[in-house]
Design a protein around this ligand. Structure first.
Ligand SMILES: *Cc1c(COP(=O)(O)O)cnc(C)c1O
Length: 363
């Protein structure tokens, strides 16, 4: 927490605004619009719910296909299934680890040859690194397919000076407890399109028709954020820039301390990209494996995590189409997420580096 969250929450409790309405909601949404320089924001109950609503308001129907980054957390892809639609997974490129524009082009062409027109593109800015938006948007425009940006891990990241989430029709953020800032649980949708924002807000509160009684013409959801969570969010927005700075400093520290180790690779920041460095990831030199290093560090009470296992390798999605060369599968076999919390102390960071150097046999 940054410090001011409790003031907003306290005020909500005092004024009895403890439900999915109250002044923290427009306040938080205003802060998100200001920070991302977008016109509309809708605060929702989770990032997953936000992706679900984003695809719904873009008109994704049962049986439709949605092109989706394969290298991601399952929360990106599950909402496609919620809608009865089918994910088509698209492989990453090596510069950002995000959706490859050429592979996307190929995937669209091959779906069109089968007579299937993809309804949307859902791309992810993984670990905070922006995807190659210029090239991706050119492909999307060529085929006239709407783009949703899953920026759940990338709030505060920029591409070509613009905040991620502002390139596609809709951008998605998450405020889950593990993200760069949190509302304990929550999400937000951003868009330039007033109608999409209004429709998302309408559907998120059970799609109540404008009638004096409870009348419904559409299927809605209970997806609105609570005024308590939004209060935490307002406090957190005050420290977002600071959190980005801290995470980037942690990344620089690891790179300076470990960059010389033979075969150990960090993900560099391409020229157009500014990453919030939500998590610092490394590719390990053979013969070390992510699991051997993870277990060895666990002995020292240091927690690391494997990279996300790509969707095209998940049992859940084994029968879904996939376009690519398995780059993400290879990254998954070599990669590890290092401790990256902005609350890490210098002593803790020194300890991680000391043990990594020891394990990777460098003095
Ligand atoms: C966390 C996350 C989500 C889902 O957000 P929740 O708020 O946890 O539902 C979606 N996509 C990615 C890439 C994530 O990391």
């Amino acid at each position: 927490m940054g410090g001011h969250e409790k003031n907003y929450v306290q005020k909500a409790l005092e004024d009895n605004w403890v439900t999915t309405a109250g002044p923290n909601l427009p306040g938080f949404e205003h802060d998100i619009c200001q920070h991302t320089n977008s016109r509309h924001a809708v605060a929702l109950s989770s990032g997953t719910a936000t992706i679900h609503l984003a695809l719904r308001v873009l008109g994704v129907q049962p049986g439709d296909e949605v092109l989706c980054s394969t290298f991601t957390f399952v929360a990106s892809a599950n909402p496609i299934l919620y809608l009865g639609a089918q994910p088509v997974f698209v492989e990453s490129e090596p510069d950002t680890w995000n959706m490859c524009p050429e592979t996307l082009h190929k995937a669209i062409a091959s779906r069109l040859r089968l007579g299937k027109r993809p309804a949307a593109i859902l791309l992810v800015h993984l670990y905070g690194m922006p995807a190659k938006m210029k090239e991706i948007m050119a492909v999307a425009q060529e085929f006239g397919i709407p783009v949703v940006e899953d920026a759940a891990e990338a709030l505060g990241s920029r591409y070509g000076g613009h905040q991620v989430g502002t390139f596609g029709r809709i951008g998605v953020f998450s405020f889950n407890g593990n993200k760069i800032i949190t509302t304990s649980g929550g999400g937000a949708l951003i868009t330039e399109d007033e109608q999409l924002a209004e429709q998302a807000r309408f559907l998120s509160t059970q799609a109540k028709d404008p009638a004096p009684y409870y009348q419904h013409s559409q299927m809605g959801y209970n997806y609105r954020m609570s005024n308590i969570s939004a209060g935490i969010g307002r406090g957190q927005m005050e420290v977002l820039e600071k959190r980005v700075k801290q995470r980037r400093e942690i990344h620089t520290f690891y790179r300076n301390q470990l960059g010389h180790i033979e075969g150990l690779e960090f993900l560099p920041e391409p020229k157009a990209c500014f990453s919030n460095r939500w998590l610092t990831t490394v590719l390990l030199p053979a013969p070390h494996t992510p699991e051997s290093i993870r277990l060895a560090l666990e002995e020292e009470n240091i927690e690391t995590r494997p990279l996300w296992k790509p969707m095209h390798l998940q049992p859940l999605f084994e029968h879904h189409p996939y376009e690519g060369d398995n780059l993400s599968g290879k990254l998954f076999e070599r990669g590890l997420c290092l401790p990256s919390s902005s609350s890490l102390t210098d002593e803790e960071l020194d300890k991680v580096v000391k043990h990594l150097k020891r394990l990777l046999e460098v003095t």
